[in-house]
Structure formats: structure tokens, C-alpha cells
Design a protein around this ligand. Sequence first.
Ligand code: 4NP
Length: 151
Amino acid sequence: MIKVMFVCLGNICRSPMAEFILKDMVKKRGIAADFVIASSATSTEEWGNPLYPPAARKLAQEGVPTTPRQATQLKKSDYDKYDYIIAMERRNIENIKRICGGDPENKVSLLLSFAGRNDNIADPWYTGNFDITYDEIVEGCEGFLSQCFSK
Ligand code: 4NP
């Protein structure tokens, strides 16, 4: 079982998009039963709020299924529960380490690092562009899956 927690600032745009995109990818590859995939926020800013409607619309356009959800904050106990804690941007990493009390098992990484890029996922909260964010998350998730199975 491979357990993945995606993390962003608010858990209404980028990390739930990554959660639904990776869930769809593993389902299409027939390997969904091998994965637990979740997402959470470093902040409490959007706690309890649903997927941001423009993010939901973009996923629907791309044929990625979504389920109703409420934004939640990363917990210290998630560090033991998940194998991979994957941040959307560099500043998330500092906050993940603050919440989890460091990263002694090297579980924390940047999503695009799996695609060989040392870049943040574009933040659509500020750019208003969900297309670029979607493409970058797909790139990171594809890289993640190929690295998972090359080990
Ligand atoms: P997310 O987007 O971190 O991708 O869910 C944001 C959501 C809320 C805020 C910023 C980014 N905010 O400042 O409230």
C-alpha cells in the first residue's frame, strides 16, 4: 500500500486537485487498491470549505471525477500515517515540517520534483489560471507514479 498526502496552503485548490487527479490516474491504471490518497492544508484559512468551484469546473472539463469534500488541516499524526507528504510549493514544506516536527524519514517533497523540476505548482488563487495548475499537477503526478514503480 502506498499512502500519499498532498499539501497546499488552503486545501481548496491545488492539493485537492492533485488528490483527485492521482486517484483518477491510479483507477485508470487498475492500481487504485494499492493506494491511499488524501490532501490537506498547512493553514486553517479555508477549514471546512468545499473544493473551490473553478477548480471543480476544471476537473470536470478534464473528465476527472470529484467527490464532495471539506478542507482540512495537516495533523502531526499524518506524518506516521503517510509514506509521501507532497507539497505544492516550497513554503508549504517549511509549514509541513513545523506541523510534523521535522522530516526525520525524508517523506516530504515538492510535487514537481518528481518530474525533475525544482518548481512550485502555479497558485491559481493568485493567477486565476487553472489550466496551467492542472497541467503541472498532471506532470508531477505522472512523474510520481513512474518513480513509485521504478523502485
Ligand atoms: P490552495 O489555494 O492553497 O491551492 O488551496 C489557496 C486557497 C486559499 C488561499 C490561498 C491559496 N487564501 O489565501 O485564503
